[in-house]
Write a protein that binds this ligand. Structure first.
Ligand SMILES: [Zn+2]
Length: 218
């Protein structure tokens, strides 16, 4: 037994450099395969997203949208839930369809959860809307309009025409809307998030659900 141990030791000693090289190479390959599988996951996720979105948009629009949608509109995605409620029926203010996705905080707290801009752009609309409450609309360079509604409050200094970067604070989540200015609490605290684009001079909504899911983990 002892003799065998000595032989192994001698072999290792003689080929030490090769063994160390082999260990380093294995570690490198392991790292590479981890990175590679992450890359494959990202690429396949993107292909899936494109297929889902190309049902509504042209290919070049989808490409532009994926590129400019750099940031999930909430800071901590684990604290919220949302489902694909785009297109479901709404009755307040007349029969209509839900033109966005509702992101709901698990703790239901108002005026504490930061809402951030998904893309770069310019503040095109800000202020009260009967349906949207305190809302802000950001127009991106490629022409998409990002709509954030029911806010409890706005970020300091936010005003019409201000340049916004993706990830920049817009305000805090709330439950404003469905009445005259200042109305709140008619529904649970949430962010209504919508994306619109111009089709023949009309703003047309699109379903942001898949894009949100894709961006959820960065
Ligand atoms: Zn909504």
């Amino acid at each position: 037994m002892q003799a065998a141990a000595v032989v192994v030791k001698n072999v290792f000693r003689r080929h030490r450099k090769q063994y160390i090289g082999l260990i380093i190479l294995s570690a490198f390959l392991l790292l590479l395969s981890g990175g590679f599988s992450r890359y494959i996951k990202k690429v396949s996720g993107e292909i899936k997203l494109k297929t889902q979105m190309e049902e509504e948009l042209q290919r070049k629009e989808v490409k532009a949208l994926i590129e400019e949608f750099r940031c999930f509109p909430l800071r901590d995605t684990k604290e919220f839930y949302y489902e694909n409620g785009y297109g479901t029926a709404r009755t307040y203010g007349g029969k209509r369809k839900h033109e966005g996705i509702d992101l709901i905080p698990k703790d239901g707290k108002e005026n504490v959860h930061p809402v951030v801009s998904a893309s770069d752009g310019i503040v095109e609309q800000i202020g009260w809307l009967k349906l949207g409450g305190y809302r802000v609309g950001i127009r991106s360079e490629t022409g998409f309009y990002y709509y954030y509604a029911h806010l409890a409050s706005y970020a300091k200094g936010l005003r019409k025409g201000k340049k916004i970067r993706s990830g920049e604070l817009l305000g805090y989540m709330g439950s404003t809307g469905y009445g005259t200015e200042g109305t709140r609490g008619k529904f649970v605290c949430h962010l209504h998030f919508g994306i619109y684009r111009q089709v023949e001079e009309k703003e047309k909504s699109l379903n942001p659900y898949y894009l949100l899911r894709f961006k959820e983990n960065g």
